[in-house]
Design a protein around this ligand. Structure first.
Ligand code: TXA
Ligand code: MG
Length: 329
């Protein structure tokens, strides 16, 4: 980022504006996390429900005590292992974090991203940044500057183009507020990665694999229909051959498929190949969902990946894109 661009973006943030910028996971819509008026603009621009808290982004571990009232040993160990990187830790909030940023919860989600652009902006601006994904609420998260512009052009003060995001799905959200550590949202830092550092089993919130009970969501963001393109998405569980047979028997105009193991050669409908390794699939997922819109798809059959490792994050996002419509072959 040039010195002039950096100065301009920091100027916008300092004066209470909102800016879409790249992180290693997805693009974020950033504002000064400690300024109520600025954070209000984020909710307004995204059309985000007020009960869904924002993640606060820092550039240095020394900023943590200002934001979190207590820092458990687990948090210190996990920060050492995974920060900067795609892990958000939910900790007891300090008095510095305004109500609106954490949706009036007693906790706050904090993450130290690794992307150089957001880190430079936090450092130069001198303030932690609240940054949800830079999409209209409910749409697939943005992984390029164009995705941000498609959703938010005219509603925000600037977009910083840092190329395509390398991870492609949002950070792992881990709560350290309860009796034991619990994953609220799966991401590129897997349950096994975290267990390796903590030396203990961790819990998966019920919202990770399924729908959370109404009103009972510990991660408010997980209760909404999410990541959805205009088409109806159906998640299909089954082997490669049965997936192809199933989709081919439904071939008609407006049908598309999302492939994850080279199925496209055997399909009679337009398809997008996301890759075969879970990391590739994660990187390609949201842009593929947006591509189905550009292609005018009406129904999208997505072949389900194995829900292990990073595949768990892909599975969790696809379930929500499909509004939990899952077909088991
Ligand atoms: O990778 C990411 O985390 C991206 C980039 C921009 O950093 N940000 C992101 O933010 O995905 P957002 O707002 O789209 O998702 C934040 C998720 C939501 O599901 C929200 O409910 C949860 O984190 N969350 C935030 N603070 C929380 C808290 N105090 N307690 C429980 N869940 C929290
Ligand atoms: Mg989001």
């Amino acid at each position: 980022m040039s010195a002039a661009d950096l100065a301009e973006v920091c100027g916008i943030i300092k004066s209470g504006g909102i800016v879409a910028l790249p992180t290693e996971t997805v693009y974020g819509l950033a504002a000064n996390a400690l300024c109520v008026r600025a954070v209000e603009k984020i909710f307004l621009a995204k059309g985000r429900p007020q009960d869904n808290p924002l993640i606060v982004h820092i550039a240095d571990i020394s900023e943590l005590p200002r934001l979190a009232r207590t820092i458990p040993d687990e948090a210190t160990a996990l920060a050492e292992a995974f920060w900067p990187g795609p892990l958000t830790m939910v900790l007891e909030k300090s008095a510095a974090v305004p109500d609106i940023t954490r949706a009036s919860l007693d906790s706050v989600g904090i993450r130290m991203p690794s992307h150089s652009v957001i880190r430079e902006i936090i450092r130069a601006g001198g303030t932690p940044l609240a940054a949800p994904s830079a999409n209209i609420s409910g749409r697939p998260s943005p992984t390029t500057a164009r995705d941000c512009a498609d959703d938010l052009s005219g509603r925000i003060d600037a977009i910083v183009d840092g190329g395509a995001c390398s991870v492609g799905v949002e950070s792992t959200v881990l709560s350290l507020c309860g009796a034991s550590p619990r994953i609220l949202r799966p991401g590129a830092i897997t349950p096994a990665d975290i267990e390796r550092v903590l030396g203990a089993r961790i819990e998966l919130d019920s919202a990770v694999m399924g729908r959370s009970a109404p009103g009972a969501a510990s991660s408010p963001g997980m209760k909404y229909k999410h990541y959805a393109p205009a088409a109806r998405v159906l998640l299909v569980l089954g082997d490669k051959n049965s997936f192809c047979e199933y989709v081919n028997s439904r071939a008609e105009s407006g049908v598309m498929a999302l492939c994850m193991c080279g199925e496209e050669q055997n399909l009679n409908v337009p398809s997008l190949e996301l890759g075969t390794a879970p990391e590739q699939i994660a990187r390609a997922l949201f842009s593929a969902l947006r591509e189905t819109d550009r292609k005018g798809a009406k129904t999208v059959y997505a072949h389900c990946p194995e829900p292990d490792g990073v595949g768990l994050a892909v599975y969790n996002r696809l379930q929500r894109a499909a509004a939990f419509e899952v077909i088991e072959l």
